[in-house]
Design a binder for this molecule. Structure first.
Ligand code: ATP
Length: 224
């Protein structure tokens, strides 16, 4: 058994649209080691989000093999995939997807409660992460009472709350102005590195990509 965090073998995905078949992923092979932070670049429509959905076990319809933390997830039924996702993965999207009726702190507590951690421990972890992201004074604010950069920081804290082995980020700062994006991205990288998680970050931004350990490029359905 390998101890890599991600191992993709011959990953394929096609879509039918109006009777026309598009082969988006045409045999992607990839291995990511623990703690490795990888940028995923490629033009619009090249399949970056599709690839993250595969690794995130969010959708079916993929060909090939998807191993996460040594587990052959492509062979698991839906509840087994959910368990792998909860135990090993954290997600950050371009738009924060925070729960609007919950405070910043509660949004970071919830994914920990799902894993059955004691409430007090969840609160301590949420405060520690939010404070590290400069939001110690915003714990009780709801998403609508936060700026775009603050919302995205809460989304980062939520993704890291359970110290996942792998963080999947799809344009995590794509919705922010350049200066804020740079700051939030630096904080994100520092936290991910600090806790030793691996990450795959899909982005159009070559400058951000240059700060990661390795750069992957999707082209014609394969990784260059
Ligand atoms: N559910 C779907 N049904 C049909 N086609 C789809 C579906 N999802 C994605 N596609 C197609 O697959 C291709 C890859 O989409 P994907 O969102 O993965 O690209 P991307 O590289 O993330 O693009 P962007 O940088 O613009 O976000 C696109 O041509 C898209 O139209």
């Amino acid at each position: 058994m390998s101890n890599s965090v991600v191992k993709l073998t011959g990953l394929t995905r096609s879509f039918e649209q109006g009777g026309v078949r598009i082969d988006v992923l045409r045999g992607v092979d990839l291995t990511i080691e623990p703690g490795e932070i990888v940028a995923l670049l490629g033009p619009s429509g090249s399949g970056k989000s599709t690839m993250l959905q595969a690794v995130g076990l969010l959708e079916g319809g993929f060909g090939g093999k998807i191993e996460i933390a040594g587990i052959d997830a492509s062979a698991l039924p839906s509840d087994g995939r959910t368990e792998v996702r909860r135990n090993h993965l954290g997600f950050v999207y371009q738009f924060h997807h925070l729960l609007p009726d919950f405070s910043a702190e509660e949004n970071v507590i919830l994914p920990q409660l799902v894993l059955g951690k004691p409430q007090a421990e969840c609160e301590t972890r949420a405060r520690e992460l939010l404070t590290a992201l400069g939001l110690g004074h915003r714990l009780d604010h709801r998403p609508s009472q936060l700026s775009g950069g603050e919302q995205q920081r809460v989304a980062v804290a939520r993704a890291l709350a359970n110290s996942p082995q792998l963080v999947l980020a799809d344009e995590p700062t794509g919705n922010l102005d350049e200066a804020t994006a740079d700051k939030v991205f630096d904080e994100f990288l520092a936290l991910v590195r600090g806790q030793g998680s691996a990450a795959i970050v899909a982005t159009h931004n070559e400058r951000l990509a240059g700060r990661m350990d390795r750069v992957l490029r999707l082209h014609d359905g394969k990784l260059e």
